[in-house]
Design a protein around this ligand. Structure first.
Ligand SMILES: *[C@@H]1O[C@H](CO)[C@@H](O)[C@H](O)[C@H]1NC(C)=O
Ligand SMILES: *[C@@H]1O[C@H](CO)[C@@H](O)[C@H](O)[C@H]1NC(C)=O
Length: 422
């Protein structure tokens, strides 16, 4: 049968997209299809203490495709550690893209949704909170104050946090987090294929000592005038200014009927504040014509700064892992990708999250509606004449009672955990 090309542009479009894909190096890609368990190693970390949580292989309570599964934390108050190995590579002279999707079905109030890239040799059975890593990236939520995307880079064996604030998503739907590191030491952070932050490793992390410092030898010149306003030398005190009394007799006051001059002494009216009185005279202020601004030491090259052209290089990347503490479980990871091609990553995000997000949102809305109906039905207060607001309040109260004081404990553990990492 003849194959007729109707539109030559269409063919070149196919060729072009083949080229794009052909040029992508994919170092690791995990969609969590069948057989994922042979690629991932569950760590024994925290097992002896019975604190290691189980992963649930599922598409979750709401999803855009019930057959597209990921791995979800399934037990509360547990540690989770799991990792996968890929052929070791270096990102020298190449772009590094690290991407995954995460969905917090549990209305996360304190916990992480981040992943790590590890280098060198790691005993995956012992992978845990103390295992050194190269990059930690992804959302972290705790209370009202922490709702951010972590981007921690390990340089010279020290973990360094990004200095810019990158807010994370806080709803109960899937989101794709992408970290892109370029060989010119610039980076981008994307959420759902939209750039949220971008810049340079030099300015947005304190990896190296600063390039410029204030000249420690510099001194403020003697005649440097830092006084912005001075008393106006032209301004003169008005004549008679000092004669204005602070207080004056109250003209409205009347001598009381029963006042007896002989017995009570001569009556004088009480005094009140004089509205004319403006306090001691001060000349008005004018801008100082000699004002030079605040003196600043000039910047000089920092003698301790030594550039590292390989600042962005992680020469032995070999594992990807999830290591978390969760108070409330329900975080679902999927579509882990490590590549050198941002376009390919974008395409993967579109094919997975992008294709499913509307259906997932609809399924979530449906589930929420059901949950609210259930709560209303279960609530005896509401079945009486009480109004809806009360019913909702009661629902929230009972919800918070079911997860008691342990919230605090978790926050403590969590912060310790993060401190350990820093
Ligand atoms: C796994 O997730 C599914 C979907 O949310 C749920 O029905 C099931 O109970 C979960 N299993 C475990 C062991 O948590
Ligand atoms: C690496 O860290 C050590 C210890 O903190 C420090 O003395 C050294 O100067 C650092 N080297 C570089 C290149 O930053």
């Amino acid at each position: 049968m003849a194959f007729r090309v109707r539109n030559p542009n269409f063919v070149s479009l196919i060729l072009l997209s083949l080229l794009v894909i052909a040029s992508a190096n994919v170092f690791f890609e995990e969609r969590f299809d069948d057989g994922w368990e042979s690629r991932w190693v569950k760590s024994d970390w925290k097992k002896e203490e019975n604190m290691a949580g189980e992963w649930n292989y599922t598409s979750g309570k709401w999803n855009g495709d019930a057959n597209d599964k990921g791995i979800q934390t399934s037990e509360d108050y547990r540690f989770y550690a799991i990792s996968a190995e890929f052929p070791e590579f270096s990102n020298k002279d190449n772009t590094l893209v690290f991407q995954f999707s995460v969905k917090h079905e549990q209305k996360l109030d304190c916990g992480g949704g981040y992943m790590k890239l590890l280098s060198g040799e790691v005993d995956q059975k012992k992978f845990g909170g103390d295992t050194p890593y190269s990059i930690m990236f992804g959302p972290d939520i705790c209370g009202y104050t922490t709702k951010k995307v972590h981007a921690i880079l390990t340089y010279n064996e020290t973990n360094k946090l990004i200095k810019k604030d990158v807010p994370c998503e806080t709803d109960q739907l899937s989101h794709v987090y992408t970290f892109i590191l370029h060989p010119d030491a610039t980076y981008s952070i994307l959420i759902d294929n939209a750039e949220k932050q971008t810049g340079s490793l030099y300015s947005d992390w304190d990896l190296l000592p600063p390039k410029k410092i204030k000249d420690p030898e510099a001194k403020k010149p003697e005649d440097w005038d830092e006084t912005e306003y001075i008393p106006d030398p032209e301004d003169k005190k008005p004549e008679g200014y000092d004669d204005i009394p602070k207080e004056i007799p109250d003209v409205d006051a009347k001598k009381p009927e029963d006042w007896d001059d002989e017995e009570d002494g001569e009556w004088t009216a009480p005094t009140i504040a004089n509205p004319e009185y403006k306090g001691p005279w001060k000349p008005k202020k004018i801008k100082n014509p000699n004002y030079k601004g605040k003196w600043k030491a000039p910047l000089i090259d920092n003698p301790d700064f030594k550039d590292d052209p390989d600042l962005y290089v992680f020469p032995k990347l070999k594992y990807v892992g999830i290591e978390l503490w969760q108070v409330k479980s329900g975080t679902l990871f999927d579509n882990v990708l490590i590549t050198d091609d941002p376009e390919y990553a974008k395409q993967v995000a579109e094919e997975t999250w992008g294709k499913q997000k509307d259906a997932e949102k609809a399924a979530f809305d449906e589930a929420e509606k059901k949950r609210e109906e259930e709560e209303t039905k279960d609530d005896p207060v509401d079945s009486d004449a009480e109004d809806e607001d009360d019913a909702e309040d009661a629902g929230e109260d009972s919800d918070s009672e079911s997860k008691p004081e342990a919230d605090d404990g978790s926050t403590g553990t969590k912060e310790e955990d993060v401190h350990d990492e820093l």
